[in-house]
Design a binder for this molecule. Structure first.
Ligand code: UD1
Ligand code: CA
Length: 448
């Protein structure tokens, strides 16, 4: 049995009132369609097929190599959408799993249940339903006396009695592939001029074939996004799910309500996250760290036993036992080795700080390499940006003592164990063991 996954993502999403295609709106820091593809990659045997139409190029760009694409140039309905995948899939899979890209709370466990049920179904199709008071415009499920599904009736086409039906079509289907390709083209145009995928249910029943349905235990999985209100609702639910997962895995969240963790973030056991903290993107945090309050961490790698207080970290790396803050800023390419201490109001960009380096107060370090155990005095600045609009590097050795308020005018090399005086403006290289002072700084002659 091979399983193909198909994600419908061609619609415009008019009710979002957005220039952005609906499926590119983000939940927990990730576009809806990327959530769907991540889910599919845990289920299918090949890359998922994403049906694109509205904003096709942007949707493709968002997914890159993670999916294959079928273009639906005109959006003539969900049945028509699936027709566009036939060329890619016919003959390549025995089951075809189809769902819409706007359901970010759907779980792999649910998809697996649907697949397993269909594997045991004598008929060609298993679908998913929920029992709910609020119909949300979903199709209603009409059941047969034997419990099988008889038909899906779209909201607009319901009789008054059908409108009262509480069992609703979630829009996740697992088809027997041969049957799907044989029957898909027999769907007739609806009065609205669309080809409804849901018409396949009545078609199977007319052939005396059984349509099975899995009733979801957790209705929130079926939350589909049609408006920005739904988007916020899904955001909240997904955040809650992520946070519970973190806590169950041994992470302390002091206030889950104000802790925002992205879907792709990993955090080690016994790390404590304090309130008002956002951890986003491809971030990995180790064990026994303390993060927050009031911190933002995006696309960073953080080791064990680190402390991050009221700071902003972007695309940075911290090894173990590093502490920063309050009010530190690590920018792209900052790499703080084991035991680095960074106090308040410091900014580091594209620089390597060796083990045990201390940057206590008010410093900007950019395009620099700093050797082990060097102390950077308060208010030190690497003047990396020259009048010719070029960035230059600063190389500082090990066990160096940079005096408070030093201006290090790059390109510049300062040797191991050298010192600079407070307030010096260093424009020329400083040899090992030497001391440079003044404006501009000159090297003091060594007493012999
Ligand atoms: C559909 C179901 C309905 C179900 C509901 C659950 C049909 C006919 N109806 O209704 O029974 O309760 O989902 O949310 O399928 N799409 C395309 N191409 C198209 C049309 C739609 O890719 O031509 C995509 C949309 O981008 C969307 C999904 O399919 O992601 C669902 O389409 P939509 O038009 O929203 O169907 P609903 O009316 O919500
Ligand atoms: Ca919809």
């Amino acid at each position: 049995m091979t399983i193909a996954t198909v994600i419908m993502a061609a619609g415009k999403g008019t009710r979002m009132k957005s220039k952005l295609p609906k499926v590119l709106h983000k939940v927990a820091g990730k576009p809806l369609v990327n959530h769907a593809v991540a889910l599919a990659s845990r289920i299918g045997d090949a890359k998922p097929v994403v049906i694109v139409g509205h904003g096709a190029d942007d949707v493709k760009a968002s997914l890159g190599e993670t999916a294959q694409f079928a273009l639906q140039a005109d959006q003539l309905g969900t049945g028509h959408a699936v027709m566009q995948t036939e060329g890619l899939l016919k003959g390549n899979a025995s089951q075809v799993l189809v769902w819409a890209a706007d359901m970010p709370l759907l779980t792999a466990a649910t998809l697996q249940t649907v697949i397993d049920r269909q594997a045991n179904n004598s008929g060609p199709l298993t679908m998913t339903t929920i029992i709910a008071e609020d119909p949300r415009g979903f199709g209603r499920i009409v059941r047969l006396a034997d419990g099988g599904v008889a038909a899906i009736v779209e909201d607009a086409d319901c009789t008054p009695e059908q409108r009262e039906i509480k069992e609703l079509n979630v829009g996740v289907y697992c088809f027997d592939a041969d049957w799907l390709w044989e029957n898909l083209h027999n769907i007739e145009k609806s009065p609205k001029g669309e080809y409804y995928l849901t018409d396949l249910v009545a078609m199977a029943v007319a052939q005396d074939l059984r349509v099975d349905a899995v009733i979801l235990e957790d209705n929130t999985e079926a939350i589909g996004i049609n408006t920005r209100v739904h988007l916020a609702e899904a955001e909240k639910r997904l955040r809650t799910r992520i946070n519970i997962g973190m806590m169950e895995a041994g992470v302390t969240l002091v206030d889950p309500d104000t802790t925002y963790i992205g879907v792709d973030v990993t955090i080690g056991a016994d790390t404590v996250i304090l309130p008002n903290t956002m951890i986003e993107g491809a971030t990995a945090i180790g064990e026994n760290c303390t993060v927050g309050p009031n911190s933002i961490i995006r696309d960073c790698t953080i080791g064990n036993h680190c402390e991050i207080e009221a700071s902003v970290l972007e695309e940075a790396t911290m090894e173990n036992n590093v502490d920063i803050g309050p009010f530190g800023h690590l920018r792209k390419g900052a790499h703080l080795a084991d035991g680095v201490h960074m106090g308040n109001f410091g900014e580091i960009k594209k620089s390597y700080l060796g083990p045990g380096v201390k940057v206590g107060h008010f410093s900007y370090i950019g395009d620099a390499t700093i050797g082990a155990n060097t102390n950077i005095g308060a208010g030190t600045i690497t003047c990396n940006f020259s009048a010719d609009h070029k960035k230059h590097r600063t190389e500082i050795g090990e066990d160096v003592f940079i005096g408070s308020d030093s201006m290090l005018v790059a390109p510049l090399t300062i040797g191991d164990r050298a010192r600079t005086g407070a307030g010096s403006v260093v424009t020329k290289n400083v040899p090992e063991d030497a001391t440079a002072v003044g404006v501009p700084a000159r090297v003091l002659r060594k007493r012999s």
